[in-house]
Ligand binder design. Sequence first.
Ligand SMILES: Cc1cc2nc3c(=O)[nH]c(=O)nc-3n(C[C@H](O)[C@H](O)[C@H](O)COP(=O)(O)O)c2cc1C
Length: 197
Amino acid sequence: MTRAADPDLATLPEVLNAAWALLGRGVADRRHGFHHPCVATIDAENRPHGRIVILRGAHPATQTMRFHTDSRSDKCIDIAANPAISLTFYDTGDRIQLRVEGSARLHRDDAVAKAAWESSQRMSRACYATMPAPGSVLAERDAFSLPVEDAEIAAGYANFVAVVIAVERIEWLFLRHQGHRRARFDLKAGNAEWLSP
Ligand SMILES: Cc1cc2nc3c(=O)[nH]c(=O)nc-3n(C[C@H](O)[C@H](O)[C@H](O)COP(=O)(O)O)c2cc1C
């Protein structure tokens, strides 16, 4: 595979292929920086909010990505009102930053959500049954519960959301001493161009 970190050899299509390959690595390899992107949404007052999530899927064939979250979270409320989303990835080893823009869709209790829930580990599933809802103000530090029983954990499925992002644009930046490299891909328009770094 041509590594994105070898841009002197790379044409724009090679860079895009390598970017998707790195995203696939981010899904599979929990030590890779692309495993935990920063996801930004916009709230009802037009303010941006970023937070880390775990990348659960990246599919070049459908130009989609997936992460999982809680329907009670602020990010879900943001996306329900405004599907515009941005994900920022960086890996210190590969020295690649990706900025991904797209439109997010919330999947709750449908085939996508079921498959995503089935693929999740018990430990991850348990988070969705936390009470009270994520972000609630607590009367004291430990005034929340994490489920331990299987039935309680299974009940968390009611709060489970698979967020699928239809990727519209990817911007790639490679940092190197001799001069950085930067490229932009508009997947909707089928455009690819080098940018001044
Ligand atoms: C390493 C790491 C991984 C995380 N993974 C997720 C995740 O996959 N999904 C998620 O909803 N929150 C995840 N979080 C928590 C979020 O960053 C955030 O704190 C939480 O979801 C509340 O965000 P919100 O109030 O903006 O919705 C993760 C946090 C860290 C530090």
